[in-house]
Design a protein around this ligand. Structure first.
Ligand SMILES: O=P(O)(O)OC[C@H]1O[C@H](OP(=O)(O)OP(=O)(O)O)[C@H](O)[C@@H]1O
Ligand SMILES: Nc1ncnc2[nH]cnc12
Length: 178
């Protein structure tokens, strides 16, 4: 446990880091509740992302960034869900395992969202990328829906994701090994 200072899109923040296992702590980056970082990060990412028709993320922590990038840019966004709701007809699904979650989860898109994505230029976004498995799961889901993925973007890259050339990101965050 401890703190870590970082500047994200010109805004300095002190992040706490938390244990995810007996060997590893991760700095917790929570954009929920931080309007300044969300707005500034969306603006900076849009400058370096390819042209797109729709932004796609997975619930939950990617939603504010996804919304804000759509608001400043293409105006359309879709959120992949972690559960099926009664109003989601004929959902398509993929498996996902994130560093922050012990069990495997699923990501779903209802028929309406899947049809909306079909044939469109899709930019996939998330707040943090660590193992990359969440972005890959969204990628698989968007591909199933028939979307044309033009890029994958995150505000922060941590651990193995640092230095990845296939992901557009603003800042790097370390993992803290014990
Ligand atoms: O690259 P990865 O190892 O997949 O880690 C990144 C993912 O982990 C976090 O989500 P989390 O699983 O905590 O879900 P939440 O947004 O619903 O809290 C984060 O918002 C990314 O989606
Ligand atoms: N450092 C982090 N903070 C919040 N969510 C995360 N998901 C993966 N790494 C994370």
């Amino acid at each position: 446990m401890g703190t870590y200072k970082i500047t994200i899109a010109g805004h300095e923040r002190e992040l706490e880091f938390f244990p995810v296992s007996d060997k590893l702590d991760i700095a917790a980056f929570i954009m929920f509740g931080d309007v300044e970082i969300t707005e500034a990060s969306a603006k900076e990412l849009l400058k370096i992302c390819p042209e797109h028709d729709v932004v796609v993320t997975a619930e939950a922590k990617g939603i504010p960034l996804c919304y804000e990038m759509a608001r400043q840019g293409c105006k359309n966004y879709v959120v992949a869900r972690k559960g099926v709701k009664v109003y989601m007809r004929n959902p398509i699904e993929v498996n996902v395992k994130s560093i922050t979650t012990e069990n495997e989860q699923k990501l779903y898109l209802g028929e309406g969202d899947a049809n909306f994505i079909k044939g469109k230029r899709v930019l996939i976004v998330d707040d943090v990328v660590s193992t990359g498995q969440s972005l890959e799961a969204i990628e698989e889901l968007v591909t199933k829906a028939g979307g044309n993925i033009v890029g994958k973007a995150a505000v922060l890259a941590e651990g193995d994701a640092r230095g990845r050339k296939d992901i557009i990101y603003l800042e790097e965050l370390p993992l803290f090994f014990k």
